[in-house]
Design a protein around this ligand. Structure first.
Ligand SMILES: [Zn+2]
Length: 78
């Protein structure tokens, strides 16, 4: 009888651990997705010189304005 109780307890314990782990994975994956969305990697910014839209990660920030290339910074500086 004690062995049976232990077995049932072990099964409940395993199920509980698996469920808990699954919940943790779900939580971490959703937070990871949220983290992916938060950075403005895909945000488009307009070049202050030529008006071309470039990804913010690809753009060059110069004196508070975004530019698509070094050429546009030089042209805007003239
Ligand atoms: Zn430009």
């Amino acid at each position: 009888m004690i062995l049976k109780a232990l077995l049932v307890g072990a099964v409940i314990y395993i199920v509980y651990i698996m469920f808990f782990k699954q919940k943790n994975v779900e939580k971490s994956s959703t937070t990871a997705k949220k983290k992916e969305q938060k950075p403005q990697a895909n945000e488009m910014v307009e070049c202050a010189n030529c008006g071309v839209y470039v990804e913010i990660s690809e753009s060059i920030l110069s004196s508070g304005k975004y530019y698509c290339s070094d050429e546009c910074i030089k042209k805007a500086g003239k």
